[in-house]
Design a protein around this ligand. Sequence first.
Ligand code: FCB
Length: 448
Amino acid sequence: MPLPKFPDGFLWGVSSSSYQVEGAVDEDGRGPSTWDTFSALPGKVLGGDTGRTATDHYHRYREDVALMRDLGVDVYRFSVAWPRVLPDGAGAVNKAGLDFYDRLVDELCAAGIAPAVTLFHWDTPQKIEDDGGWLNRDTAHRFADYAAIVGAKLHDRVRMWMPLNEPMVLTLFGYGIGAHAPGRELLFEALPVAHHQLLGHGLAVRALRAAGATNIGIANNHVPVWPASESPADRSAATLYDRIVNDLFAAPILTGRYPTEELAFAMPGPVAEDLETISTPLDWYGVNYYAPSKVAAPDANGTPARIDGASLPEGLPFDFPLIEGYPVTDYGWPVVPDGLYETLTTLAERYGDRLPPVYITEGGCSYHDKEHDTRRVEFLDGHLRALHRAVTDGIDVRGYFVWSIVDNFEWAVGYSQRFGLVHVDFDTLERTPKDSYHWYRDMIRAQR
Ligand code: FCB
């Protein structure tokens, strides 16, 4: 059955990020990022994989843009690597680095694809990290300076801007439990990282607008949180987790308040004043959705909690039992299309008319199938039907971006998980469109 028709003007896109696709980590003056450092440490990334070559998009971007043109997408979401533009994170601009994005944007425009730019998708310049990284308030200001530089160069051609991608993942995985760069294990002491990213976001929104950029949002991850049981202990663990994963960023940005007094109290600096900056109104709000989480109170036996196969440090106030009764992707994530509907209806209920128009800035799945990825087609079909129901219910969703156009470096699990519509042979770097690529192309045509 063909998909129901989405509203006129609905944007169809694909997403990627700099460290996951570019490679060329020490070319044309790029400075090191925290992901170069982290992935070089033994045992941090599965198989010892790094982003040194990745998909070699830095050299093959013309081929990738041609693939997207033939796919027929309206928009391509990619990220600019901060250490390519400012090798030390601040100070002198590396013209050759900025020029890469200038060429990419021109190539996209010539192919009739609107560029959508993320300014920070976790590849912090190493020098900024050495100075305290996102634990240091100054990083928010350096980030805004960088936003102004990129905004000034590209605002005339970029259709959508988002300063941050999934600030929760950097906070929790990067600084809370150490599964991602920079590999810190600070547990709740990582909370200042959330505040400084929020401040950086607000300052960057203002800096981008001052540089002439328009149409600014965020790509924030959202997760339906399901309590493991009706017990008061599981319910309160689930509520706490929900406040943190779903509202710690959304509430300050959309309402100018932290979701709980305790969280506000844990934040450094002149919080009330910062919240004014943080809640600078956005033009749209981006949701990344992959799967729900089931949450329980910590295991009474003291078995360390696990998430995505990684053991969590002891002392966290929640545990994540497996969700059963759904198919799983090859990454082991449950396939729950209704979770997208639930995410959107929950956001609309919680934030009402403070929620601007929404884009699904990421959605996708990891399967190993090289060409005949029927399960990815089913995944996308199911999620788009769930999305259509949300739109029919009156939620103003204006676009959907598949993660990702090509298989790429999937963070702590390296090249072992493949999210692409296009297969990449990581020995030859040859690209081969999968069945899902053809399905997405035909679906986009049928929508027009
Ligand atoms: C999201 C990230 C993206 C990619 C997908 C699978 O959390 O934003 O970079 O890794 O997951």
